[in-house]
Ligand binder design. Structure first.
Ligand SMILES: Cc1cc2nc3c(=O)[nH]c(=O)nc-3n(C[C@H](O)[C@H](O)[C@H](O)COP(=O)(O)O)c2cc1C
Length: 426
């Protein structure tokens, strides 16, 4: 039994000590200069609280609902592909989320089949990208419905950025004997990680079972990534079409502009996640917490608002809720917990965050997460970014290039071994 982990920062340190360097680096991810990655956490630190000292509430309630599901705390698991972190991968994460009464978003690039994850946690949402033909997408939606996914998450913020100033890990397309020999020194230097896989009699699986076509083998991560790169990006009409294919709750993930949020409302989505993909996408996109207040003002109660990016503590969750989110999604925080101590590590991270939420609610004199308001938070001048409004470049009224849907991307071969790309970082 591993010792209690006190903070997410400590979970990160343990993950770093336990994982082979390239696996840790794939989890850290980020893109280009890391401006967005850094801003995601720095922005939370710029926000302050306005606490009370008396008339505090002896009991604090964190329960809420997201995408039609009751959850015990306003934090859900954001979809990530976690191929090589732990042999139980997303199933361990799903069990931990179920044990703490919350939901999991499962990436279509995940290493475990959706049905196994649903069996571990019925509150599972399936995440897709705009990828492949409409027929292929319709089949994936049917697959998600049959496996019992409670909601669909569609992630649209991905622009195939290339490279990181701090270097990207070398990830093989397949774990062939030659690749294993090459990887051996790294793996041997992390005996506890290696032992987890030896005990489970498995190897890190670099395929994507949830993207397999009927009767075919699961594509490799790079095979699937290649299909995605060749897919023409969607128009808002396409988004509306996709939304119509799914008759349950539908979350559009990756919005950071007010005008896009309003278009998402028009397309009929149930929820939006204000997100910059954890700083893994278009670098220099501001932290989502900066973009949240303007989006909250614009969409009001028309959709559920979530936020993800940079959440490392319960106080971050409380800040996001005070500025208009209904709940947050976490990525790296639980990945580090998973790497450090499997299912127990993820439960530990959820407990850290839940205790932090409770402490912040106590200090702010709130008895429930639903009572939080903007007055609870000190927002420094110049903090917020109202992207996509008449006041900002690129906002409505600013001349911009016409949007054409269906323009094919420049075909670009998927990056395989030796090239700086990171499976599990989509
Ligand atoms: C290693 C890694 C893999 C990811 N894979 C996916 C994915 O497959 N689908 C997706 O929608 N988002 C993916 N994301 C983004 C997360 O869902 C989430 O937006 C982000 O991690 C939130 O930021 P945080 O890590 O600071 O909490 C990934 C993020 C990381 C770090």
């Amino acid at each position: 039994m591993s010792a209690w982990i006190e903070t997410v920062a400590e979970a990160q340190r343990r993950a770093r000590r336990r994982l082979p360097k390239s696996v840790y680096s794939a989890l850290l991810a980020g893109s280009e200069k890391g401006v967005s990655y850094d801003d995601n956490t720095a922005a939370f630190a710029e926000l302050g609280f306005a606490p009370h000292v008396a008339d505090l509430s002896p009991k604090r309630d964190q329960a809420t609902t997201v995408l039609g599901q009751d959850i015990a705390l306003p934090v859900i698991i954001s979809p990530t592909g976690v191929q090589a972190v732990h042999p139980d991968g997303e199933v361990a994460v799903a069990r931990a989320a179920a044990a703490r009464g919350t939901a999991i978003g499962l990436s279509s690039f995940a290493s475990k089949p959706l049905a196994e994850v649903v069996a571990a946690n019925p509150n599972t949402f399936f995440q897709m990208y705009w990828m492949g033909s409409k027929d292929a997408m319709t089949r994936r939606i049917e697959y998600a419905r049959e496996a019992g996914a409670k909601a669909l998450i569609v992630t649209l913020d991905w622009s195939f950025s290339y490279g990181r100033d701090w270097g990207s890990p070398r990830i093989p397309e397949r774990l062939t004997l030659k690749e294993m020999v090459r990887f051996a020194p790294e793996a041997v230097s992390r005996p506890r990680w290696l032992w987890d896989f030896v005990k489970s009699r498995s190897l890190p699986d670099l395929t994507t079972p949830n993207l397999a076509e009927p009767g075919r083998d699961a594509p490799t991560f790079f095979g699937a990534y290649g299909e995605w790169m060749q897919t023409p990006p969607p128009s808002w009409e396409d988004v509306r079409w996709l939304r119509e294919q799914w008759d349950g709750p539908f979350l559009l993930k990756g919005v950071c502009r007010v005008d896009d949020a309003l278009r998402a409302v028009d397309a009929g989505v149930t929820a939006i996640s204000v997100s910059n993909h954890g700083g893994n996408n278009l670098d220099a996109t501001p932290a989502p917490i900066r973009a949240l207040p303007a989006i909250a003002d614009a969409v009001g109660d028309q959709v559920e608002l979530l936020l993800d990016g940079g959440v490392r503590r319960g106080s971050d969750v409380v800040k996001a809720l005070a500025l208009g989110a209904r709940a947050v999604m976490i990525g790296r925080a639980y990945l580090w917990g998973l790497a450090a101590a499997g299912q127990q590590g993820v439960e530990n991270v959820l407990d850290i965050i839940s205790r932090g939420i409770d402490s912040a609610l106590l200090g702010l004199g709130r008895s429930s997460v639903h009572e939080l308001t903007r007055d609870d938070v000190v927002v420094p001048p110049g903090f917020t970014r109202a992207l996509g409004t008449p006041r900002t470049p690129g906002g409505p009224g600013t001349p911009s290039a016409p949007r054409t849907s269906g323009t094919p991307r420049t075909p670009d071969a998927p990056r395989t071994s030796g090239a700086p790309s990171t499976p599990g970082t989509v």
